[in-house]
Design a binder for this molecule. Structure first.
Ligand code: G3I
Length: 305
């Protein structure tokens, strides 16, 4: 197969990208998107600030554009993200606990119902654990006012809203075995033991010189899969260039393919031209939509040619 999506499909996986609605009018952008990728994640359009800027006022237009584009081309959609401390409108964070709880459950229910049956997987909760060596929860309005149980409650609410969607916990710097990924592991293990609905763990996999692809990446993916959840590589980008970047992308791809329940890879953007890493070149297509060595390395690792 000659494209990322087709080659991944031959291995029973999807290969996706983050998409920004405001680039969908650019021919090269949509041309590359539609040719190469079989899954989309709205980069910002499904975040709380984009969807519910004021309480119980929902604005779905930009996200609807991305969902419609994907549906028209048979691409799956990953929903990103229902409960997150960032991109949170100020009205949410200032609510007292009881209101916050109902606002969280209402947000999850309204949003998931809007696209019911159309979202393959939701990042139900994003980045709830601290960086560094403690494995502690990150402070947020949800953690601070609702306590540890907010994650379980969010997942239970999500299951009720759209049983067709896989429910994921998503985080970064959890790609290797470390205190943070151990805390996520403990939570997922506890959820599975108690029947709390969770179907997948998202490993964002943002790599750079300071945080390279860890040597125990595959082992980490495998241990989550062994808990009985899917693993999804949800936001892959790797700072660098040339053959070193290509080798890292190849290693990530091979690690996912080596674990049956690693169901797919999403890169965090179509082209270096629009990467969130404003100065970087972390993606598979360069600023002129030309395939980089990393592209060829991924296609080869997927068994494509
Ligand atoms: O929409 C406003 C626009 O109205 C305003 O004029 C402009 C200038 O202030 O800002 C625009 O919002 C920006 C938004 O992207 C949409 O472009 C925000 O400032 C900017 O902070 C936001 O950055 C996004 C970032 O998440 C924060 O939400 C990046 O594009 C996005 O790639 C990045 O993605 C995150 C994942 O969601 C979670 N994991 C980490 C990853 C990288 O940070």
């Amino acid at each position: 197969a000659g494209t990322l999506g087709d080659a991944a499909a031959e291995k029973g996986r999807y290969f996706g990208t983050a998409v920004a609605a405001h680039h969908l009018g650019e021919a090269d952008y949509t041309g590359t998107l539609d040719t190469e990728f079989s899954s989309v994640t709205p980069e910002n359009e499904m975040k709380w600030d984009a969807l519910e800027p004021s309480r119980n006022t929902f604005t779905y237009g930009n996200a609807d554009r991305i969902v419609a584009h994907a549906e028209a081309r048979g691409m799956q959609v990953r929903g990103h993200t229902l409960v997150w401390h960032s991109q949170l409108p100020s009205w949410v964070g200032s609510l007292p606990a009881a209101d916050l709880r109902s606002a969280m459950n209402n947000h999850i229910t309204q949003v998931m119902t809007h696209w019911k049956g159309k979202i393959a997987a939701w990042d139900v909760v994003n980045e709830a654990f601290q960086d560094g060596g403690s494995g502690a929860r990150r402070s947020s309005p949800f953690q601070d006012k609702l306590g540890d149980g907010f994650i379980e409650e969010a997942f239970r609410t999500a299951r009720a809203a759209d049983p067709a969607a896989k429910l994921c916990y998503n985080d970064y710097n959890t790609d290797g075995v470390n205190a943070k990924s151990n805390a996520v592991y403990a939570m997922v293990k506890d959820f599975k033991q108690r029947g709390v609905p969770i179907d997948c763990v998202g490993l964002q996999s943002h790599f750079n010189a300071q945080s390279p692809v860890p040597s125990d990446y595959q082992a980490n993916i495998q241990r989550f899969a062994d808990l009985g959840v899917d693993v999804q590589i949800t936001e892959l980008d790797i700072e660098g260039s040339g053959s070193a970047q290509a080798t890292s992308y190849s290693n990530v791809t091979k690690a996912c393919l080596a674990v049956t329940r690693c169901t797919g890879i999403t890169v965090w953007g179509v082209t270096d031209k629009y990467s969130w890493r404003s100065s970087g070149t972390p993606l598979l297509f360069d600023g002129s939509y030309q395939k980089k060595p990393a592209y060829a390395a991924v296609l080869t690792a997927l068994g494509g040619s």
